[in-house]
Design a protein around this ligand. Structure first.
Ligand SMILES: [Zn+2]
Length: 397
């Protein structure tokens, strides 16, 4: 793949410029670098959404409410998400992923950490997700969430193989995904850890999102899902644990010390009524995700502040910024955004508005408009695909 040409962003209203060459921020721009003017805007780091689901990108186009209404988190999974993921086909997945990626860029998100499941498209799904992200120019960490909940062990093997096939590129890294402890056997958990080590990557998994995951691990004889994943050697340093709502503070602290990242998803946790992730403050390694909600990290951070205040949690600072450290580990880049050696990603804002977005030294949003695709067409196609998806979902039980 062609390396993007050198670019100088700025100077901004503070007199700051950021030079990018070969996809990394550099101290000094090479001669002849292109220039992106900032006017009275301000250069800031791009936002990282550290846990999301691009496959749910069509939900905004009128997902029909489940009937009867789910009474618990396992029922929400059964009646909504595990029907939606089975109803996905190639066209609806591509439309969902492009819609979500476009909205992320327009909201100033430069990296999406995606966790994907579509049991009828296991082999074909990640290439579509990668194409949507790389095509529109958003950085992405992608994984297929291996599970045994539909077709057993063979389904999990295929999910892990799908992760293996993701080729690294300037914008994309593959991770090894597991759905969650409660839908996989010990063998699959061990296989995921071994594959991540073989590939030099990490595992991305939902952990203790709801009490049901803890109850399942206890029935299997473990103290909890995090303890199970750790004991079965599935969490190489840098692994990404989404939620952790029902992890003990001690387990969170130990996992953080062992190099794991937790991802807090406050809006999703509130909406699913699974509880507030109070024990995450036992480690500093906590990033922020949307879990498939609209990719507006400002809205997610506002929800975090509101819910933290309601729950008396005073140790939440730096979660949005922590995502840079998580992503930098996967790209062998400097963790401090905008510093030399960091990823060549930045955003120019004017007041609250996103003016320009640069990812890997490529201008992907200019003057508030997506330049890598026709946003209106992407949104219209997504709306069109949504109607078919709801119809297919209605036929599934
Ligand atoms: Zn999730």
């Amino acid at each position: 793949m062609a390396v993007t040409a050198a670019l100088v962003v700025g100077p901004d209203r503070n007199g700051r410029s950021v030079a990018i060459d070969g996809g990394r921020v550099v101290a000094e721009a090479p001669k002849g670098a292109a220039r992106l003017a900032c006017g009275d805007g301000e250069i800031v780091p791009g936002a990282v959404c550290a846990h999301t689901h691009l496959y749910s990108g069509l939900v905004r186009y009128g997902l029909p409410p489940p009937d009867p209404p789910p009474r618990s988190f396992p029922e929400i999974l059964q009646s909504v998400w595990w029907r939606l993921d089975r109803a996905l086909d190639e066209a609806s997945l591509a439309a969902a992923a492009r819609d979500h990626a476009a909205r992320a860029l327009l909201a100033g998100v430069t990296t999406l950490v995606d966790h994907h499941e579509s049991p009828n498209l296991i082999e074909d799904s990640l290439p579509l997700v990668v194409e949507a992200c790389a095509g529109l120019g958003v950085r992405a960490l992608v994984a297929y969430g291996a599970t045994e909940r539909n077709f057993g062990r063979n389904e999990a093997r295929r999910g892990l193989e799908a992760c293996r096939r993701v080729a690294p590129s300037p914008l994309v890294r593959g991770l090894v995904g597991l759905h969650a402890s409660f839908t996989v056997s010990d063998e699959t958990i061990r296989d995921a850890g071994a594959l991540a080590r073989e590939l030099g990557t990490v595992v991305h998994v939902h952990v203790a999102e709801d009490r049901a995951d803890v109850d399942d691990a206890r029935r299997r004889g473990w103290a909890g899902p995090l303890e199970r994943l750790t004991a079965l050697d599935a969490l190489p340093r840098g692994s990404i644990l989404a939620h952790g709502v029902h992890c003990s503070a001690e387990a969170v602290r130990r996992a953080g010390d062992a190099g794991a990242w937790f991802v807090h998803n406050p809006r999703s946790n509130e909406s699913n009524r699974v509880g507030y992730a109070a024990t995450l403050s036992a480690t500093g390694r906590v990033a922020l995700g949307t879990d498939g909600f609209d990719p507006d990290m400002g809205a997610e951070e506002a929800a975090l502040r509101r819910l933290a205040a309601e729950n008396g949690d005073t140790r939440i600072d730096g979660r949005l910024a922590a995502g840079h450290g998580l992503v930098a580990e996967r790209f062998d880049a400097a963790a401090e955004p905008l510093a030399p050696g960091s990823l060549g990603d930045c955003v120019v804002r004017r007041d609250d508005a996103v003016v320009h977005v640069v990812v890997d030294g490529r201008v992907v949003v200019e003057g508030g408009r997506l330049v890598t695709g026709d946003a209106e067409r992407i949104f219209a196609l997504a709306r069109e695909q949504a109607a078919g998806l709801w119809a297919r979902m209605a036929e599934l039980h």
